[in-house]
Write a protein that binds this ligand. Sequence first.
Ligand code: PRT
Ligand code: ZN
Length: 290
Amino acid sequence: MTKIKIALQKSGRLHVESIKTLNDCGIYLNLCYKDKLRVLAKNYPIEIFFLRDDDIPKYIQNGIADIGIVGKNVVCEQQKDFLIKERLGFGVCKLVLAIPKDSKYKNVKDLFGKRIATTYPNLLKVFLKKHNISSDIVSISGSVEMTPDLKVADAICDIVSSGETLFKNNLKEIDQVFLSEAVLLCCPESNKKHLVNMLLSRIIVVKTARKYKYIFFFATKKKLDKIYYFLMKNKPMEIKIIPISIPIRNSQYINIQSIVEENMVFQTILKLKIYGAKNIIVLPIQGINI
Ligand code: PRT
Ligand code: ZN
């Protein structure tokens, strides 16, 4: 039987969420996969390759794997953007320019002729070119944050997520070079297009659902108009589902159900409580087909 081959990061920041994405699509791996490099899915004709993230774009381009998950920063640094099929919304981070805290430089323009250490020379080159700045790119393979202290560079260009590493190393961000998140790669010349497209659409359904929650509650009929207006006003643009209200026999209460953006859940609950809503239940959504 034809198998879809999927390349995922073996360990590291994208590993857990990548596996979770497959699980959310209903694809489960055989137990004890932890130390293996090739694993079969339990319930689908799918084989997973666990790789270093830097190798994933190559595997996809050469057709060794059909689908892969990796940081956009890695793909674009390797100039293989054409492999990107979909953004996945996790592993969010940014590539930034940072300098020692006591330095007076304010932005990229102040780095003209200065030394910038990075593991992302290509992305940095593109950014400097866009701003017409000529700097000395010091290309290294790790521990970039130490280089200003060691006088190897005047500034760094590195990935930041919480900002803790910059803070601990007495560095401050001065400019954003590139925004990144995990992306789904697809081999453009895959001979399993039909199977791959089926899996892709399932991943998109799961990804869409992750952004929303299902909200279920009770309210009195006389508050329905206000609640309905509030929910419609805050309804996700992307989704054409309107809130539904279900009358309850012999009761002044009605049951209302709607979909809200995850980052609006807290505000929505507060507002609904003001309108006297009761028994508010928030549920995760398994999938949304738009
Ligand atoms: O072993 P392998 O080669 O597969 O993994 P890796 O060590 O090269 O990559 P890994 O696991 O560290 O990161 C995988 C991907 O996660 C990256 O390519 C990014 O797309 C994404 N990502 C998200 C990050 C971060 N957040 C992140 N914070 N990648 C790296 N970092 C590092 C950064 O380089 C810096 O050293 O974390 C430090 C900064 O973190 P904060 O939280 O202190 O700001
Ligand atoms: Zn790597």
